[in-house]
Design a protein around this ligand. Sequence first.
Ligand code: AMP
Ligand code: MG
Length: 427
Amino acid sequence: MNAPARAPLMSLDDALDALLRNAEPLTRNEDETESVATFEAVGRVLAQDLVSALQVPPNDNSSMDGYALRCADVTEKGAVLPVTQRIPAGHAGTPLKPGTCARIFTGAPLPAGADAVVMQEDTREVGGDFHAVHIDAVPQPGQWVRRAGEDVTRGAVVLARGQRLDEAALGLAASLGLAHLRVARRPRVALFSTGDELVMPGEVPPEAMKPGAIYNSNRFFLRALLQRFGCEVSDLGIVPDKREATLAALKTAADHHDLILTSGGVSVGEEDHIKPAVQQLGALDLWQIAMKPGKPFAYGHVRRDPGVTGRSHFIGLPGNPVSSYVTFLLLVRPFLLKLQGVADAAAPRLPPAMPLRADFAVPRADKRREFLRVRRNAQGGLDLFPNQSSGVLTSTVWADGLVDNPAGTTIAPGDTVHYIALSDLLA
Ligand code: AMP
Ligand code: MG
């Protein structure tokens, strides 16, 4: 049975709620975590708190090349102090005798007794050698000193379970001495495209394309997006618009994957093989989401063979490339992050929107909440891509963000609109 032609629309927030309710984190189960080298952990999600066994930095140390001294010994400019030791980074000095100073370099531990560093630019050597220096600035206690533990205190939770690791986080984990990190295993995702019109680039040259044929573009960005969000992808290619082929693809995929992701074949009125096939092997809801692009969207599950535990999630994205791309970022992204145990707070459903000035007009209001492809301009405002059709992938490449425009809202030049950076949605 096809969905009724005018199924009631579902709000994007309700669709997100329903999806996330079903996305039970894999990390509930200890077997679903793995230890990876810190070098390899970018993009992965921590499955344990990282508690520091030490303080960072481990000692008070100098943040400048210069001289370590006691402030009490320099009450006015031009004081002369003998230089009694030299402390490069990686070496410990000896306690500083009152009335003397130590040549010190960036990162070197402050010798006991010293309470400040004077940078070398504020000193002059006496008599052409470095055995004594004039101190030409009156130092303040703590000047050019990095305090022990100012970055990390011992026992602190430095990175929490559920945190997605970016490059900086790898560095921070390494600063605690951690060469391996326990992370959520990668979600296993089976990807396939539906549509008899689809041809793979490389198989048929442009001049030989049959009428009605188009190249499969969704497969390229969907595979790459899945990988970006930490998934292990089995790409099943193009599945013909036939019931048997669709059933076969779903059956093979379900046993070994957490999610089956498809594009195309979920529009209402479509010659639709996805819906009956998924329903035969599990359950499927076709949603009509009140958003543009991206109205048709399907969520369900596919049973596994008896004897294989659990079931596979199923998500059917619309076929139109822009709809597919945008629904991936707005709906599938949070779903995949939650599967890996990312806390809602760390990855809010929608990244924060920034108020920016529209340097364009949308004179006709739409019934649906619209995500307009826009780009920031040099005047601090936003330009609109002229063709907002859900088939025009050029708009998505041109854009650096989406304007989240509420249903029923027109936009006049100068209006403040809600801008969501694509870079935030890709993070
Ligand atoms: P559908 O959702 O299957 O009705 O497809 C909607 C539109 O998207 C049609 O114009 C399809 O030709 C197009 N389309 C579907 N899948 C893809 C794909 N993988 N790459 C490019 N265009 C697609
Ligand atoms: Mg189709």
